[in-house]
Ligand binder design. Structure first.
Ligand code: 6PG
Length: 256
């Protein structure tokens, strides 16, 4: 991939703080213009600290939650109180402590037996809140993504069926190696976003990050490479450990 915008922070805490600052900044910009601010949140472990910081009154009290719609990027097909549930993580670190944030939170009901129907229902919720013009994809203002050690992002895993989905905003995806069903946002809706921020932390991600950012393009193998919004921006927020194998320079904007 060429010309990825990259920011490197000393550690996960600084990275998470920067993510909270960006969220708050964009939320205020949109809502000050009288618009609804929409964001989609990933699960996994990396966003925990960012969500915890965002829940801090220093940030949360200055965000007009009435006009903020929050969605999930993906969900594991487990009940919402299962330890593997992304919703459970988001609820415990963020929705519970922030008054008002849960009111417009859209949970992916991935535990439902009919996963196609649950996906279609979620896509309809997205369309209702984001109100795209006829024939256009809904555009999230901000999407936070993570990167798996196998190059997946959202629940778009290497070689999986969801990579080829071009006519839906949400779909079920079976992840062979985890033997687990997930629901995930698809490329068409992710790539319609106004801004996408990847949060990647830790030395365990260094090698895959190098391959995704500096290797040959092959989204079937490295699904994160398929994130290329047509009219939006992608920024990688990395900590030093994750970024340690990247070549210096070559168009990356580094700050630390
Ligand atoms: C999930 C995610 C997934 C995640 C990456 C990185 O449900 O697992 O949404 O795409 O972002 O796997 O996960 P970590 O942050 O745990 O490394």
């Amino acid at each position: 991939m060429s010309e990825a915008k990259i920011q490197i922070f000393p550690d996960l805490e600084e990275l998470s703080r920067a993510a909270a600052v960006r969220f708050a900044e964009l939320a205020r910009q949109r809502t000050d213009q009288g618009k609804v601010f929409s964001a989609a949140l990933s699960g996994g472990s990396t966003p925990r600290m960012f969500l915890g910081i965002l829940a801090n009154p220093e940030f949360s009290e200055r965000i007009p939650w009435d006009n903020v719609h929050l969605f999930q990027v993906d969900e594991r097909c487990v009940p919402p109180d299962d330890p593997q549930s992304n919703y459970r993580m988001i609820r415990s670190v963020f929705l519970r402590p922030v008054p008002g944030a849960a009111d417009n939170f859209h949970r992916m009901k991935a535990e439902e037996e009919d996963r196609e129907a649950a996906s279609a229902e979620y896509a309809a919720e997205i369309e209702k809140a984001l109100a795209p013009a006829e024939g256009n994809a809904p555009r999230f203002d901000l999407v936070f993504l993570g990167l798996g050690q196998d190059g997946h992002t959202a629940s778009l895993f290497p070689g999986s069926a969801a990579l080829a989905v071009s006519d839906k905003w949400v779909c079920p995806n079976y992840v062979e190696k985890l033997q687990m069903h997930r629901l995930t946002l698809t490329y068409p809706v992710l790539n319609a976003a106004r801004e996408i921020v990847f949060l990647v932390s830790g030395s365990g991600k260094a090698e895959i990050l190098r391959q995704v950012l500096e290797g040959a393009r092959n989204p079937e193998k490295y699904p994160a490479q398929g994130i290329q919004p047509a009219e939006g921006s992608v920024i990688w927020y990395l900590d030093k450990s994750a970024a340690q194998l990247l070549r210096a320079g070559h168009g990356h904007r580094k700050s630390s």
